[in-house]
Design a protein around this ligand. Structure first.
Ligand code: ADP
Length: 352
């Protein structure tokens, strides 16, 4: 009887939260946890049904570490990838913005797979989708579920989908989804990872049939490792390739212009683009960072002390800085890897 919770509303006060979650007035709950739960309560001060049986500390972890209410990436920040942007706008952004129109025949798939080499903008696309669709963004790396959350992954997955349900529209971005939904296991598959995978598929199935505005985006550099069940649920599969020459030019210009350092001529940027065939977006970013150190290194070599260096006296970034940086920053994707993505795209990708 000591655990009896009287059915009296008290505007979501902390005592009520405690009793609702733990079944008793337990004051050991951290203030930060209480605050986080209070923020998830509905207008009636009640914690939504879906969250009641979840562990408060996991809800707190999802809210504080995994949820991003304001992902600051826009389409304009992403170079190239016009095909992916167009598909994604039609397939996921419009339906998230106008669920009333996108129903029945027009109802969208709830799962999107972005595959391709690392550092090509998959995470950026996920964040931009959430930004454009005014949705809450949840980012989780599947490998952290299997490594950091050993034995607790299932509970965390339930908490993730539970909190996302209360924060609709929501975009759940699962990085390295292959490590969760991979096919190579069967006999040797660890019991806990099998349970985790099952839980994940159950959660996906759950929101697929309902009217929830939740989109699941899986990203992977190893699409060939996904099993058939995963492919079936991730109905749209978009190849995110290495940046084209125009996209590489755009990245160089955009990054340097932000800092007021862009003074290269068209021929010079053209020359850099020729030399960076095969570089990913993230390689390009590293290259620009390294090249922009060139003028500083030169000034310091001439004996000027860093503390006495006048910002205005530092020369702009030049072609020679890029040539030097190219020796340091090498492309991270090999040509043979690209062949694998292209083959998989032909077989399973959404080509139009
Ligand atoms: P992925 O998720 O594909 O591994 P990310 O989206 O995390 O790659 O990209 C890593 C970084 O590389 C980004 O923060 C950005 O600076 C740069 N980058 C990658 N692709 C692009 C792109 N298409 N346009 C602009 N920047 C990019």
């Amino acid at each position: 009887r000591g655990n009896f919770v009287p059915p009296i509303r008290n505007n979501g006060g902390s005592a009520t939260i405690n009793s609702r979650i733990t079944g008793k007035n337990d004051d050991s709950m951290e203030d930060s946890t209480k605050k986080c739960l209070e923020m998830l309560c509905g207008p009636d001060g009640e914690l939504p049904e879906k969250l009641r049986n979840l562990e408060p500390r996991l809800i707190e972890h999802i809210s504080n570490e995994i949820m991003d209410k304001d992902p600051k990436v826009h389409w304009d920040d992403i170079a190239g990838l016009h095909h992916a942007k167009k598909c994604v706008t039609e397939m996921v952004i419009w339906p998230l913005l106008r669920p009333d129109i996108f129903r029945g025949c027009r109802s969208p798939g709830r799962g999107l797979l972005l595959f391709g080499p690392p550092g090509t903008g998959k995470t950026m696309i996920g964040k931009a989708i959430a930004g454009e669709a005014k949705a809450t963004f949840f980012y989780i790396s599947a490998s952290s579920l299997t490594s950091k959350w050993i034995g607790e992954g299932e509970k965390l997955v339930r908490a993730l989908f539970g909190v996302a349900c209360c924060r609709q529209p929501a975009v759940i971005f699962v990085d390295e989804i292959d490590s969760l939904l991979s096919q190579r296991k069967s006999d040797g598959e660890h019991e806990s990872s099998r349970r985790l995978k099952t839980q994940f598929l159950i959660e996906m199935e759950g929101f697929d049939s309902g009217s929830e505005q939740i989109l699941l985006i899986g990203a992977t550099n190893r699409p060939q490792e996904l099993d058939e069940a995963a492919r079936r649920r991730l109905t749209k599969r978009l190849y995110i390739p290495l940046p084209s020459s125009e996209a590489r030019t755009w990245i160089i210009r955009n990054l340097l212009e932000k800092d007021g350092l862009f003074k290269l001529s068209e021929e010079e940027t053209g020359a850099i683009c020729k030399l960076t065939e095969g570089y990913s977006g993230s390689d390009m970013k590293n290259l620009v960072n390294d090249a922009s150190m060139g003028p500083l290194r030169e000034a310091l070599q001439q004996g000027i002390e860093i503390t006495k260096l006048n910002k205005e006296d530092v020369r702009p970034v030049m072609l020679k800085d890029f040539e030097a940086a190219l020796q340091e920053v090498r492309p991270s994707v090999s040509a043979s890897e690209l062949g694998i993505y292209e083959d998989w795209n032909k077989q399973f990708g959404s080509l139009s």
